[in-house]
Write a protein that binds this ligand. Structure first.
Ligand code: ADE
Length: 350
């Protein structure tokens, strides 16, 4: 594999100093907010993260506050960001810092990886940005930059490619490790763009880029296709009595674990099956109507949803329904419950 020329280091540091975006998590060296930002940024765009990051720190300014936050409040703070396991792991890790690390944030790449939700990339980002440890932080942006810089046709979806790129970067990491890692991320996010849109004319590394010399920037990086997502038909119910809506709680394991949702079931139910399902939840419908279809894409599965609005009479008390299905006042639902965005096509009716 082609080496990475060490000339990139001063070029990137200078470029970053002059071109970095002014982002809220770049005004601190405190590992807690840096960690939070890295977790939020894992599957979410910078612009979408900003308001969540601010609000999260207002409610939860410290590891202690995060560790003791009630779960429902944690989910509410995360509502709309998706991938709720990130929030669950964040809190688990906060509890681990208190129980196993005496409340002191672990400060090196190796011990950071003992925390739930922190893998090689996130540990590298926190260790370098907050503590100045000279370790790489190879995310998707960095994979793309290194693949082009070295004209590597290795499959960036493979862990061994990530490990190989990490080894190429390791000897280059300067004392300003955090700035260097962020400069690579920033270059990937703002200049060395994917999907045929690299802005090579404004790249500080253009004269060193092997893909550019070989004329194959647009063909790199190579990434093998992910296996297709499983498609699951589901029927979703908006069961209402005029002021309250039925919610159920998902099981503690698996997709959307422990979150509240609109009652739903596998398959596209016809009206006879629909009636049986509503009764199995403990409700007797007055009338129902079909709502629009909706689709939601998770990491490994796609929900293809049909939905019914179901009117029940207001005589049910809030414990009506089965163990896991109950009625909630609509105002309280909006205020206190985090409903996964998979249901947003239907929640908008409330
Ligand atoms: N994506 C991941 N980490 C980031 C960071 N520190 N700044 C901007 N984008 C990022």
């Amino acid at each position: 594999m082609n080496k990475i020329p060490c000339e990139i280091v001063p070029l990137l540091l200078d470029w970053f100093a002059q071109n970095k975006r002014d982002l809220p998590w770049r005004h601190t060296k405190d590992p807690y907010p840096i960690w939070l930002s890295e977790i939020m940024l894992q599957q979410t765009r910078v612009e979408a993260v900003k308001p969540y990051y601010k609000r999260f720190l207002e409610v939860c300014p410290s590891v202690e506050a995060l560790a003791s936050l009630p779960e429902e409040q944690l989910y509410k703070l995360w509502e709309g960001l998706g991938y709720y396991s990130r929030a669950r792991n964040l809190q688990k890790a906060a509890k681990t810092i208190l129980s196993d690390f005496g409340g002191v944030f672990p400060s090196d790449h190796k011990s950071l990886q003992k925390l739930p939700g922190i893998g090689d990339y996130t540990a590298g980002a926190i260790a370098s940005i907050a503590f100045g440890e000279r370790v790489p932080a190879v995310d998707g942006n960095v994979l793309r930059v290194v693949a082009r810089l070295t004209a590597s046709d290795k499959d960036i979806a493979l862990p061994e490619t990530k490990a190989a790129f990490r080894e190429l970067l390791l000897p280059l990491i300067p004392e300003q490790a955090g700035d260097f890692n962020q400069s690579l991320i920033e270059l990937g996010a703002t200049v060395c763009l994917p999907n045929g849109e690299p802005k090579c004319e404004s790249c500080p590394l253009a004269s060193l880029c092997r893909a550019r010399m070989e004329g194959n920037v647009l063909e790199l990086p190579k990434r093998s296709k992910k296996p297709p997502r499983k498609i699951e038909d589901r029927t979703v119910l908006l069961i209402e009595d005029g002021g309250r809506t039925a919610l159920s709680k998902r099981p503690d394991k698996g997709l959307l674990a422990g979150l509240y949702e609109l009652p739903n079931t596998k398959g596209h139910l016809d009206e006879a099956a629909l009636l049986t399902f509503i009764r199995s939840l403990g409700f007797e419908p007055l009338r129902w109507s079909r709502l629009e279809d909706a689709k939601h894409i998770f990491t490994h599965v796609e929900w293809h949803m049909i939905a019914y609005a179901v009117r029940i009479s207001p005589e049910f008390d809030e414990r009506a329904g089965s163990d896991r299905c109950f009625l909630v006042d609509n105002e309280i639902l909006h205020r206190d419950y985090a409903i996964p965005s998979a249901f947003s096509a239907y929640i908008k009716y409330l």
